[in-house]
Design a binder for this molecule. Structure first.
Ligand code: PGA
Length: 262
């Protein structure tokens, strides 16, 4: 696992935008797994900025999003379909034929989960999966105690997630209680994973991932210790509980950044 500690959200976004830019440049047929939430917005902006300066060939990339709320249609401003269009697909002119998200209004959500899972397989799997993390350690909408063997499924959001996401809705009552989310096993099958975390509220989850040796379903993010190719980009606030422990890693200092690996 490689860990890059950066100063703040802006640096995390720049680093992430460059990472994705390089990945697409190296492999114009790449299949990306994408995340929503507050964390990757800056990363997407930085990718768009770089693409505008030095255009990438984007017509052959494929994307799969981690999740979608059940009950929200793609045109609902709080849906992840809408978020992706606004923050990434619109500016990059990525067409709906190459960008997949679970359908939150499917009449049979369980069948939709199976269809989504099949589609990922048919497209050859995910090359690089982008992840944020919840303050409770969730990845995608896989809340604590979700089995590590889970595949794309209907999930119930826990109170802390509903509260954290209420900031995007007019009232907390409007936050959907259920979602379709890629499962933990689905995420782990991505060939490479890049996780972003910023801010004090993610410090405990980062402690569980980077300092605690335990891999536990109580902290879904800890499963990433078992993945062979993970990069974590975190800011100082999210890494403040682990800075002492990072001294036990191999450490390099490069262009103003600390890089750790183990
Ligand atoms: P955030 O959410 O980026 O809005 O903090 C991350 C997550 O819940 O996975």
């Amino acid at each position: 696992m490689n860990v890059i500690v950066v100063k703040d959200y802006q640096e995390m976004s720049q680093e992430g935008g460059q990472f994705l830019y390089n990945q697409i440049k190296e492999n114009p047929n790449i299949t990306l797994g994408l995340a929503t939430g507050g964390t990757p917005i800056g990363v997407y902006q930085e990718l768009i900025k770089r693409h505008k300066k030095n255009p990438l060939q984007l017509s052959d990339i494929t994307t799969f999003n981690l999740d979608e709320y059940i009950g929200l249609s793609p045109v609902s401003p709080n849906s992840y379909h809408y978020y992706m269009k606004q923050h990434l697909f619109g500016p990059l002119r990525i067409s709906s034929e190459q960008a997949y998200l679970p359908n939150g209004t499917a009449t049979n959500p369980e069948e939709e989960c199976n269809r989504y899972e099949r589609l990922i397989k048919e497209k050859g799997g995910i090359d690089v999966q982008v992840l944020g993390v919840g303050s409770n350690g969730h990845i995608g909408f896989n809340e604590p105690t979700t089995p590590f063997c889970s595949r794309t499924q209907v999930v119930e959001l826990v109170k802390s997630t509903i509260e954290a996401n209420a900031r995007y809705f007019d009232s907390i009552e409007e936050v959907p209680r259920r979602a379709i989310s890629m499962g933990i096993q689905t995420i782990m099958e991505a060939r490479e994973i890049i996780l972003f975390a910023n801010g004090e509220s993610k410090a405990e989850a980062m402690y569980q991932l980077l300092a605690n040796t335990k891999v536990t379903e109580n902290w879904p993010v800890t499963i990433l210790k078992k993945h062979p190719k993970v990069t974590v980009i975190i800011d100082e606030a999210a890494s403040h509980k682990i800075l002492n422990l990072l001294y036990n890693y191999n450490k390099e200092y490069e262009e103003g950044q600390y890089l750790y690996s183990r």
